[in-house]
Each structure stands twice: as C-alpha cells, then as structure tokens.
Design a protein around this ligand. Structure first.
Ligand code: ATR
Length: 276
C-alpha cells in the first residue's frame, strides 16, 4: 500500500486523513494516509524518517510550512513565491519535491464551488502573513482586475506586492492600512488574517462591499465566523468559510501524487455535514 501522511503540531483535529481517505475510496486508489505529530522543533527528522521508510507524499500544515520549504530538494515556482510548502512528493532518485496547493485551492473553491468569476474583479485581501502570501499568485493568474492587500502592519502588505510585482499581468496591485480602504468597494473580500482564531475582527471600514459581493473567510468553523457575521451585516450578498478551500487544496495534492482528480463536491458535503 502506498503511504501518505500529514505533518502538523497539533495534528489531532486535522481533517486531511478523512478527506484523502474519501478521495482514495472514490477513485479506488490503494493508499494509506496517516496523521503524524512532528515535534515543534524537529520537523526535519520526522519527515526524513517518513520518506526513508517508503512514504511517497505528504501534506504539511501549521506550523511546518516553512520547514517544509527548507526540507524540499526542489520547489515549484508557486511554492517559492508563496514562501511555503504544503505538499511534498518523493520523486525519482529520492528527490523531495515541494509544492503549494493552497492558493489554487482557494481559487477553485471560489470559481467551481461558489460560482464566482474572478476575471476583472476588484479583490481585497485582508492580512499579509503566510496565509495571504499563499493565495496572491493564483488570484493574479485568475485575472482579477484589482488586488488590494490591506494589513494592520501595512509594510508587510507592501512587501507582498513587491514579491508578486513581476507576475502582474493585467492585475493592478496595491497595498495599504485599514484607513486606505475608506471610500472604495470590492466584489470579493478575503479574510486571510488569523484574527478569527481569537474571535477578533480586523477593523475594516463600513461600505466596502460592492453590490453582489462575496465575503470569504479562509478560516472555518461549525458556526459562521465573526468576519462572516460582520460581512453579512455590512450587506455582502454571499459569505463563505474556508472549508471548500481545504478540500480543494487536498484534491490538488491528491492529483499531484496520483494523477487522478477526485470529485470534491461529495467530500465537501460530507465534511460540512460532520462539522455542523
Ligand atoms: P498566517 O500564516 O495565519 O497568515 P501570520 O503569518 O502570523 O499567520 O499572519 C497573521 C496575519 O493576521 C497578519 O496579517 C496579522 O497582521 P500583522 O501583520 O499586522 O501582524 C494578522 N492579524 C493577526 N491578528 C490580528 C488582529 N487581531 N487584527 C488584525 N489583524 C490580525
């Protein structure tokens, strides 16, 4: 049986083993996928052991996405620009390849599951940490018209713009603090801050949602997050959490490993049902 795993700390609550188990069942792939708790200060030994003992691929979650970037022998361009690796794959001659499927996962959730067209849209990305950095490239590649990155520490948003400037294509990129958002409207507002984790809300100004706008929180929970509730009050037409992104990033990793694309809708439905 081919072996896969997810590394994290903590790892108990990870939904990845279940998601990949369902993908495998659905596509009739013979594989095992286990959660591995790596010590916070020693991802490397854990990962080395896993691959030495025959592991073929792994997902990497908090707090090891940077360790995985360093661990990989070879990186996809999108992982290098994202500055993080969430998917590892053992290649020929034991080379470890590092990729990042988070951003593609977000874009697939937006377009395929939520029915949004990103082409030419005005997008606000809230936050400039690792989670935000991981989704900038796929948003630009999806052809958004304008991408504004706003952050409590605006310098970090500026840095992100610099990293992705070369990719610019047709998207107009800008960065700023909360106040710089006053008076402008967006078709899509994505919360990529970790504020929801503590029930906090980034202090966004009122009136930022354009008619028909979607508010998307990269976090998910059984109940709507504080950002989702705020967005609804502010008149966002549609709100969504990040459960779909979780399933879609997993599907992209599964495809990389197995060259089979699982259907994500039934898995997302099962997961949602379980969560609530
Ligand atoms: P992650 O990998 O989840 O993105 P991170 O790299 O620590 O974690 O980044 C956390 C992000 O959430 C940052 O954009 C952070 O803002 P700062 O760069 O100013 O620190 C943002 N953040 C965290 N708590 C916040 C809060 N209470 N209000 C607003 N922004 C918050």
């Amino acid at each position: 049986t081919d072996q896969y795993a997810v590394f994290g700390n903590p790892i108990n609550h990870s939904k990845s083993p279940q998601i990949h188990g369902w993908f495998a069942e659905q596509t009739q792939q013979d594989l095992s996928y286990l959660p591995i708790l790596a010590p916070e200060d020693d991802f490397q030994s854990s990962a080395e052991r896993f691959f030495a003992e025959g592991g073929l691929g792994a997902n990497v979650t908090v707090p090891f996405k940077l360790d995985a970037l360093v661990f990989a022998d070879q990186l996809s361009p999108r992982a290098r620009r994202a500055g993080a690796v969430n998917t590892l794959q053992k290649g020929k001659q034991g080379m470890i390849y590092g990729d990042n499927t988070d951003g593609v996962g977000l874009v697939r959730d937006l377009t395929n599951n939520l029915g949004l067209s990103l082409q030419g849209k005005r997008v606000l990305l809230v936050g400039a940490g690792g989670a935000a950095r991981g989704v900038v490239e796929p948003l630009i590649k999806a052809g958004v018209g304008r991408l504004k990155i706003a952050n409590r520490t605006p310098e970090k948003a500026q840095q992100l713009i610099k990293i992705f400037h070369g990719l610019q294509q047709d998207s107009e990129l800008s960065a700023g603090n909360w106040r710089s958002l006053e008076g402008s409207q967006y078709d899509l507002v994505i919360n990529a801050t970790s504020a929801s984790l503590s029930g906090d809300l980034p202090p966004l100004p009122q009136g930022i949602f354009a008619p028909g706008a979607l508010a998307y929180d990269m976090m998910y929970a059984a109940e709507p997050t504080s950002f989702m509730r705020w967005a609804q009050q502010e008149g966002a037409e549609q709100v969504a959490d990040g459960l779909g992104m979780l399933v879609e990033q997993a599907a992209e990793a599964f495809f990389l490993w197995r060259e089979v694309r699982p259907a994500t809708q039934p898995v997302l439905q099962r997961l949602r049902h379980q969560l609530t």
